[in-house]
Each structure stands twice: as C-alpha cells, then as structure tokens.
Design a protein around this ligand. Structure first.
Ligand SMILES: [Zn+2]
Length: 432
C-alpha cells in the first residue's frame, strides 16, 4: 500500500552523522545520474522504445556492489536499500512525466548544487520516541538520528527520506493513514482566480487574498548583494583558479541557499493555509486548467531570431513562480478529497472577458489592459480578477459532478525524448 500523506520534520544529526549523510547525498545523486544515463543508452539501442526499469537496475546494482573493483567503492558506501530506492524514485519520475495530468518535466540529471536527498523504503527505517518533543529514526548503517516531533505521524511508515536544504537537515516520511475520501461536505462551491498582483480571488469573497512578500526589503537587498558577490567570485575562480570553487564562494552559495529556502518556506506556508481553507469550506473548488510550464517559458528566442521583452517576461515568470500555481493545484487535488470537496479544473479561455451579469464574452470589456472589467453590453463593472473568479465558479458549476477527465493528450515516450528540452546534457536517442 502506498503512502497517502507526507510528513516533514527538522532533523538534528550529530556532526559525525552529518559527515556521512553529506557523502551519501552525493553518492545518491551520482547513482541517479548513472541510472538515468543507462536508461537513455538502452533506450537508444532499442530504437528509443524499450526502457529499463528499477527492477532490472536493482539487480545490476547488486552485481556492481559485489564487484571487487575499487572504482565502485562509492556505490558500496551508500546503503543498498537507499540505492534501490533511488532507482525506484527514477521510475516514479518517468511515470510522472508520462502522466499528462502531472505536469512534471522529463527526468533530468542532478547537478552538484541540487537539494541533497537520501531516500529509504519504509521497512528500512524504525522510529523511537524519546519524549514529548524528541524522536529518533533508525537509519541503516548510520544509527539513530534525532528529529523534532512537531506533529504526530498519524499512520504507518512507507518511506523515509533525509533531505538537506538551505535551512539544514530534515527527515520526511511517506505515511499511509488509510483514511478514505470524506463524504461530500455539502457546502457551497466557489471559483478561484489565481493571479500575480492578486494572489487569489475567491468568487464568494469581496476582497482579494494577497500573499505576503516572501522576502523582506532587507532580505531582498542582501540576496542581491550575495548574488553579486557570487558572480564576482565565480569570475575570479575562472580567471585564477581554473574554475575551482573557493571556500568563500561555497559560503556565499550556502548563504543564498538559506535565504531561498526561507523564501520557499514562506510561500508554502501561505499556499497551505489558502488551499486548506478553500478545500475545507467549499463543496467544490473551480480553478483554471492551465499549463504552468507553457506559461513560464522564456521569451529569449534563438540566436538567429531573438525574442523581445525578455526581461519583462522573466519578471512575469518570476511572479508566476512566486505564486507556485502548480503546487496550489497539487495541494487542492489531495485536500479536496480529504475534506469532502471537489476540485474542478475548467477551460481557462476568456474567463476574464466574460460578463458575470449578461454572460457576453467580449475582449472590448477589458478596456486597455488594466485590472478593470467593464461590460460593453450591460455596463457591469468590477475588478477583472473578481469577474474571472465568478466565471470560473459558473463553469465549474456547469461541469457538475461528472467525472473530470483531462483533455490533455498523454505524452509519448519517444516524442518526449526526441524533443525533451531538459535532456540537453545527454545526446538525444534520435540524434544518432
Ligand atoms: Zn454584461
């Protein structure tokens, strides 16, 4: 049985444990890259159709671990169960990419700077409670690692992952709670328009919901200073050290990561509060069925045909990303089930051009490009995001209880690999 909920706690490994974990983190990343490379090579050999999955690679992993060769010492260093779990995660990454409703991009190679993560299956980890606040998790080949029990687990352990981000180590558990979907809560539905200036406008409310700034003025200033410092130090490293990173540069990068992690946590805090409230207090939640990846494409263009307004589009993309629309949808999808509500993604075309009073859709109703809606047919005026949310609610209501099927076509393995923009690091199987 799979985990149906995630729990994340702040972990406090000892300095000796941390040293091992950092080493394992790099090994796990290297194994991911190696396994991905292998899958792509096999795919290429078989005309880009057949794929290797974790079951097969796990056997290979055992074989490599038994090989007396010194060059694979690092694979032996990583606990076997963690290695196998890395391969299973790669399976999941491919499945998510193939799923048209998931929104994940094609699995990519992990760079050194990516978030460190050492996954274990649930059976490999044991938990021991010390007192009200402190608990320990037993990690293979490492021993007991303490973590702060900030909320109860509430189910059976299915997976355990040690993660390091800019704020330090965390342990996340996949938990199987076994809770079924709740009965319909019988509350009125709503439509929500997610935006940038206005983070969210709920159709049943008269005021918008704003996300507080994810960084304060002084933090933004500090981030800018640090980014400049990083750029300067990288230039120096390239000029005088053959590109080798200095300890000072690593320190700057860590300081940036801390700020970014804090920013991410604040965004998530707002998003969780928003989506919980929406799911808990509404019979259905209508949202626009948007393709976030397409929305946040760069305007850079190509060298022969450069795009226009690149900086402006980049700023817009930052605004969209700051509001993490994909994450909001992901949270709504599982929370609506939990609270007896329903998530209804509606076609997004012209939601902010349709009049909620007379139902006429007209581009002229949006005079200029301000945030004002003024119907040219009946004279109704309101904030554009508010009218959009009302239209989204109306569309979601019309949709009714029918099972919602996505209109998106499933991604093709071959097509995705041939055109996969994120796979630039390795040659495309069709380029041979
Ligand atoms: Zn009208």
């Amino acid at each position: 049985m799979k985990a149906d909920i995630g729990r994340r706690y702040r972990a406090y490994p000892t300095p000796e444990q941390e040293e091992v974990l950092v080493r394992w983190g790099h090994h796990a990343r290297a194994l991911w890259n190696l396994a991905l490379e292998h899958r792509m090579m096999v795919g290429r050999k078989h005309d880009g159709i057949s794929w290797v999955w974790a079951a097969e690679q796990c056997l290979l992993l055992t074989e490599i671990r038994n090989d007396p060769d010194d060059s694979v010492d690092w694979i032996r260093d990583l606990p076997a169960k963690a290695g196998q779990q890395v391969l299973r995660r790669l399976d999941q990454a491919f499945k998510n990419w193939a799923n048209p409703n998931h929104g994940a991009t094609i699995p990519t190679f992990k760079r050194r700077g990516t978030r460190m993560s050492i996954p274990f299956p649930g059976q490999a980890a044991r938990i021991r409670k010390l007192n009200r606040h402190w608990t320990e998790v037993h990690v293979p080949k490492l021993g007991w690692v303490r973590f702060r029990l900030s909320r109860t687990l509430g189910g059976e352990l299915r997976s355990c992952t040690l993660v390091r981000d800019g704020l330090g180590w965390h342990v996340s558990f996949g938990v199987h709670t076994g809770s079924d979907s709740a009965a319909p809560n019988g509350k009125p539905g709503c439509g929500v328009d997610f935006g940038i200036k206005v983070s969210a406008w709920v159709s049943t409310e008269s005021t918008p919901r704003h996300m507080p700034p994810s960084l304060t003025e002084s933090e933004l200033l500090r981030l800018k200073t640090l980014e400049h410092r990083k750029a300067r130090q990288i230039t120096y490293a390239k000029k005088h050290n053959g590109g080798k990173y200095s300890n000072r540069l690593r320190k700057t990068i860590a300081q940036i990561a801390t700020l970014k992690a804090r920013q991410a946590r604040r965004r998530l805090d707002f998003t969780h509060k928003l989506t919980t409230d929406l799911a808990k207090n509404h019979g259905f939640v209508g949202i626009e069925d948007l393709r976030v990846l397409n929305m946040t494409k760069s305007a850079r263009g190509t060298t022969t045909k450069p795009g226009t307004g690149v900086r402006r589009k980049a700023a817009l993309n930052r605004g969209i990303s700051d509001n993490i629309p994909g994450e909001r949808r992901r949270q709504l999808a599982y929370k609506t089930v939990l609270y007896g509500s329903q998530l209804r993604p509606v076609p997004p075309h012209g939601t902010s051009q349709t009049c909620p009073q007379c139902g006429q859709r007209d581009t002229r109703s949006r005079v200029g490009c301000g945030r004002e809606f003024a119907c040219v047919h009946c004279g109704y005026t309101d904030h554009a995001d508010k009218t959009a949310s009302i239209e989204i609610e109306a569309r979601a209501r019309r949709m009714g209880d029918t099972v919602i099927k996505s209109t998106r076509s499933p991604r093709k393995w071959a097509r995705g690999r041939a055109t996969g923009t994120r796979l630039r690091a390795a040659p495309s199987p069709h380029a041979m």
